[in-house]
Ligand binder design. Structure first.
Ligand code: PAN
Ligand code: ZN
Length: 187
């Protein structure tokens, strides 16, 4: 990855693009294996068109030490057996902090340090702070796409196996009065 000069980066919300742009990523249901509590419902959703659950567009700032890469994640609204659509979730192996800024839609930021779980509701303008050592997952709790900006240390790294192994403490389900939380393991 090459260093980049000082610059401004433009987010075009209706086009869903950043310019200049870096890598983009699309996560379909099939990319979320082992994350939803209802495996059969997950399998059915994969067979049933394998919908896009979220996408991540990045600026060209490289993921290397001392840089501050940014990306915008957009999670589609939806549920799988009642569980709200979400990102895979990860831990930064080097335990570095991160901030999110809510851009549009309604979401939640689920954080887990291996013992305690915290939930921060995210609306446009909310800054969500993840201290070092807190694994994080984002959830769309509304009925429109939920988008947020992430800014993170370039050397932080992304450990997805940590969440597969330890879970996130709680799961966010769609309840009659909004979000309902259930124990991660028992669901
Ligand atoms: C975010 C996330 C992004 C996608 O940019 O990477 O929302 O979530 P997953 O990486 O869990 O699939 C971030 O937290 N970066 O560190
Ligand atoms: Zn992160």
């Amino acid at each position: 990855a090459l260093p980049v000069p000082p610059m401004s980066i433009r987010f075009d919300q209706s086009a869903g693009t950043l310019s200049p742009e870096g890598p983009t990523l699309t996560r379909r249901m099939s990319d979320l294996e082992g994350l939803f509590r209802d495996h059969a419902a997950w399998q059915k959703a994969v067979a049933d068109g394998d919908p896009v659950v979220y996408s991540v567009i990045s600026s060209p700032v490289p993921e290397i030490d001392r840089e501050l890469p940014q990306s915008i994640t957009t999670i589609q609204p939806g549920t799988t057996a009642g569980e709200l659509w979400m990102t895979k979730g990860h831990q930064h192996p080097n335990h570095q902090g991160e901030i999110y800024l809510g851009i549009s839609g309604r979401g939640g930021l689920l954080m887990f340090d291996g013992t305690e779980t915290r939930w921060v509701e995210m609306t446009p303008g909310t800054i969500g702070y993840m201290p070092p050592g807190w694994a994080h997952r984002s959830v769309n709790i509304g009925d429109e796409p939920y988008s947020f900006l992430a800014v993170y240390p370039g050397g932080a790294g992304h450990d997805y196996g940590w969440v597969l192994e330890h879970g996130m403490g709680l799961r966010a389900l769609s309840g009659t009065d909004g979000v309902e939380f259930v124990d991660y393991v028992e669901g």
